[in-house]
Design a protein around this ligand. Structure first.
Ligand SMILES: Cc1cc2nc3c(=O)[nH]c(=O)nc-3n(C[C@H](O)[C@H](O)[C@H](O)COP(=O)(O)OP(=O)(O)OC[C@H]3O[C@@H](n4cnc5c(N)ncnc54)[C@H](O)[C@@H]3O)c2cc1C
Length: 409
């Protein structure tokens, strides 16, 4: 058994790995490094409940005693700066270095740089960590004109919260659809309309060319169509990049993240990668993919823990995801790549419906809005590769749950 495991990153993936290693009976040394000062915390609430209530007490992934009781050496404010693969050592910014038998990179992702003129003005915010969330929360209360750049999940979640505070909110999106890369056109159109009903204005096919300010503070957003929007808070939600810089510098294969095998092993067999930073071969697509979700981080951690104690099975968990926008809970099971037919179940006007995506006649992805039961049934259907026709999917009286509980074929 591996004698010493060092984990870089104490987010959803890193913490779950440490916990699962102990659950799997691993008794040797675990060092868990975080470059953040806080006890490891959940990220999803940062763009949702936290922005409304600012309650950080419910955020920790585990209580502080958990790490002590389970002999997980959690090192906060320890930034790993270099991997010396030859001597199997990680160097830290503090000047320390740690030897490893196995190294796991669970370093997550970082906000995609936004380098237009004016990006450094006061009042321009991104949201990736607790510091960002606290700063954004403070700004939200005082702001009047909020511009959200990017209509992805996080941008839209923040926009919905800001609109609920009765602020003027404008969402600017370069693409022709909101959440265009992630959801079906039906779900995308529904959410665009929903955000307008929440009170936001949406500008599609529009890009930002510059931010203008006065005395260091942002005051306007300049758009590709020549117009300008007044703004005292600009939230940049243009996606993330995998945090793979340590691996790259160490000569490990990286392409849109740290490339790993189905066993989550990198091009160095003593180094694995999990979570947002890892590009893995998808068993559903037969192609490499990188996912940014809690499910993926947690399931990869569990899978890797099993491998590290000698119980190897390839990573093949079903991807699923959620996003809360105002009173709408969007849940997605499966992957939409290559879907050639979309079928709606229920009426979007009722604000509770599903959209089923088929690839070559087979169910590939299910998006549901305010329909938790159908989401859970869809996960079982997809996990079990159970058959479902387009006709059955569209029929609201067809019992999905019953099919989901039927025998795997
Ligand atoms: C605001 C927000 C809302 C989200 N909402 C949802 C949602 O609703 N549903 C969902 O499924 N997913 C959501 N996500 C995505 C989800 O949070 C991520 O997919 C998940 O956190 C990935 O876990 P991870 O452990 O791979 O990375 P992270 O949670 O990002 O953790 C990585 C950690 O590693 C640290 N680190 C990086 N480099 C180093 C280094 N060199 N040394 C030491 N430490 C380092 C980072 O600071 C960080 O603490 C959201 C993300 C954000 C930011």
């Amino acid at each position: 058994m591996t004698r010493s495991i060092v984990i870089v990153g104490a987010g959803h993936a890193g913490v779950q790995l440490a916990a699962s290693l102990r659950e799997e009976g691993y008794h040797e040394r675990i060092e868990l490094l975080s470059d953040e000062p806080h006890l490891p915390y959940q990220r999803p609430p940062l763009s949702k409940a936290f922005l409304k209530a600012s309650d950080s007490t419910s955020l920790p992934l585990r209580a502080g005693e958990y790490f002590v009781d389970n002999q997980i050496e959690l090192r906060l404010e320890e930034n790993a700066t270099r991997i010396d693969r030859g001597s199997k050592r990680v160097e830290l910014q503090s000047g320390r270095s740690i030897d490893y038998d196995h190294l796991v990179l669970a370093s997550g992702a970082r906000a995609r740089p936004f380098d237009l003129p004016g990006a450094g003005l006061d009042g321009v915010a991104t949201l990736r960590n607790l510091f960002d969330a606290r700063a954004l929360r403070d700004r939200l209360t005082g702001a009047n004109n909020i511009v959200v750049i990017g209509a992805g999940f996080i941008g839209l979640e923040i926009a919905a919260t800001a609109a609920a505070f009765d602020k003027s909110v404008t969402i600017v999106e370069v693409a022709s659809h909101v959440m265009g890369r992630a959801v079906s056109p039906i779900t995308s159109r529904f959410f665009a309309k929903a955000h307008e009903l929440f009170g936001a204005a949406i500008m599609l096919n529009t890009s930002v060319t510059a931010l203008r300010g006065s005395k260091g503070f942002v005051t306007e957003v300049e758009l590709s169509n020549g117009s300008r929007l007044p703004a005292d808070l600009v939230v940049v939600g243009i996606g993330v990049l995998p945090e793979d810089r340590l691996a790259l510098a160490a000569g490990i294969d990286c392409r849109n993240g740290i490339v790993v095998s189905s066993a989550l092993r990198s091009s160095d067999e003593s180094i694995s990668a999990i979570g947002d930073c890892a590009a893995f071969p998808s068993s559903m697509l037969n192609a490499p993919i990188r996912l940014e979700s809690v499910q993926n981080a947690v399931d990869q951690a569990r899978c890797l823990a099993r491998r590290l104690v000698g119980k190897s099975d390839p990573y093949a968990a079903l991807p699923w995801f959620w996003s809360d926008q105002g009173d709408l809970k969007l849940q997605i099971a499966g992957l939409s790549h290559g879907v050639d037919q979309w079928v709606t179940r229920g009426d979007p006007e009722t604000r509770s419906f599903g959209v089923f995506g088929f690839r070559n006649g087979k169910l590939a992805v299910v998006e549901t809005v305010n329909r938790g039961g159908d989401h859970m049934a869809a996960r079982k259907l997809l996990e079990g590769r159970l058959p479902l026709t387009q006709f059955e999917a569209a029929d609201v009286d067809f019992d999905l749950r019953r099919r989901a509980l039927s025998q795997r074929r």
